[in-house]
Design a protein around this ligand. Structure first.
Ligand code: ATP
Ligand code: MG
Length: 365
């Protein structure tokens, strides 16, 4: 056994995370070595220039255009593997947390959930890919949750997260992936990838704010499960636009200024702060809704997404939410040369989804 083990040692296999964002595509390639996730390569390519738009702006490209862009990215980033996991945009999926009758028997529980789910999913079940997760209960005996030691509590309820993605949406992604000569073993809603890459808190509720180009995704994670999710239709592209309007600048110039100055700049006339105050006030409502419904406090906020890198955003967020705020550092979950650390820290939030996908894919190796 050991002889063959060394002679035919399994070749170290590289895996890829592919994030198809609204403004750019990102890939992260990892390899497992001695139980560690080694960062092999990563890359990003803006969609704007492929559709007559600007860098940093959300685009609505055809599947063919996205495929072409992805092929370019794979080449530019010198990706060497075809095995990948792919993200599904939150905007194209349905996540809802419902309270359903508890059954001690797992088979019966499954039947109840799959039956009840139809009421919450607005299209026929045959048109979607459907999944669900039971939210672990902190104090299950009170609510008749899972750990009632197998005893059915007839009045008990379980909190269940229902997840659905339309088949058409999935087919579109599958086409892009196959046409780019990649092979995906799973498609995952971006939220789950982000959590894997950015959240370490196993129990206490934390809120993630993924500031993308077109929208800001906000969700509360408790026991590693999404307890609440909401999309705010304001993103970092709106900050660029606000800077462009207030300073009478081109979008391209405003984009550069945004990245250089963030919230600290004198030249940007306070525009970024105005946009972020709108994002944060909506996020605050989500947070308060969660805290009221669940009678628990959210202990910290994690900023991620390209917009999460905005200079001085953490300080501003702290002043609004008055709780612990930190910027995500997904590459910290990977192993890379020390001299790259500060670069990776700076760009990490933009790659959170791609890192999370690659980490899941590594588990298959
Ligand atoms: N250093 C930076 N400072 C401020 N904004 C930045 C910085 N880097 C990137 N951004 C902005 O972040 C946005 C892109 O973020 P990200 O890549 O997370 O979005 P996306 O995934 O394409 O969009 P979405 O998640 O909405 O689909 C762009 O609008 C870009 O201008
Ligand atoms: Mg994104």
């Amino acid at each position: 056994m050991s002889f063959f083990g060394t002679l035919f040692k399994k070749k170290e296999k590289s895996v890829l995370g592919v994030d198809i964002g609204s403004s750019s595509l990102k890939v992260v390639q990892l390899r497992k070595e001695n139980g560690q996730a080694i960062l092999e390569t990563y890359g990003e390519i803006a969609l704007g220039p492929y559709g007559g738009g600007e860098i940093g702006q959300a685009m609505n490209l055809s599947a063919e255009q996205i495929t072409e862009t992805l092929k370019d990215l794979l080449r530019e980033a010198r990706v060497t593997t075809r095995s990948c996991g792919v993200s599904i945009p939150f905007a194209r999926s349905l996540l809802t947390l419902v309270s359903l009758p508890y059954r001690a028997d797992p088979k019966e529980q499954r039947t109840v959930i799959e039956f009840e789910a139809r009421k919450y999913i607005p299209v026929p079940m045959s048109e979607v890919q459907f999944d669900w997760f039971i939210v672990p209960q902190a104090n299950p005996t009170q609510s008749g949750g899972k750990s009632a030691k197998g005893k059915a509590d007839p009045g008990g309820k379980v909190e269940v997260l229902l997840v659905a993605v339309h088949n058409d949406e999935l087919s579109l992604l599958q086409k892009v992936i196959t046409d780019a000569n990649l092979s995906a073993s799973f498609y995952e809603i971006e939220i789950f990838s982000t959590i894997r890459a950015t959240v370490d808190e196993p129990i206490k509720p934390v809120m993630v704010l993924d500031v993308g180009a077109a929208s800001t995704k906000t969700y509360v994670i408790e026991h590693g499960v999404v307890a609440l999710s909401h999309s705010i239709s304001i993103g970092s592209q709106d900050i660029t636009r606000a800077i462009a309007v207030s300073g009478n600048l081109s979008i391209a110039r405003a984009e550069i200024l945004k990245k250089e100055e963030g919230l600290g700049g004198a030249d940007t006339l306070g525009s970024p702060e105005l946009v972020f105050s709108r994002i944060f006030s909506e996020a605050r409502r989500v947070l308060i809704q969660y805290e009221t419904e669940h009678k628990k406090s959210v202990t910290s906020i994690i900023l991620t997404g390209g917009g999460g890198v905005t200079k001085e955003l953490g300080t501003y967020a702290k002043s609004i939410f008055s709780i612990d705020v930190r910027v995500a550092d997904p590459f910290a979950k990977t192993s890379a040369p020390a001299f790259m650390r500060s670069v990776l820290e700076g760009i990490g939030p933009e790659f959170a989804v791609a890192v999370g996908l690659a980490l899941r894919k590594l588990e298959e190796v």
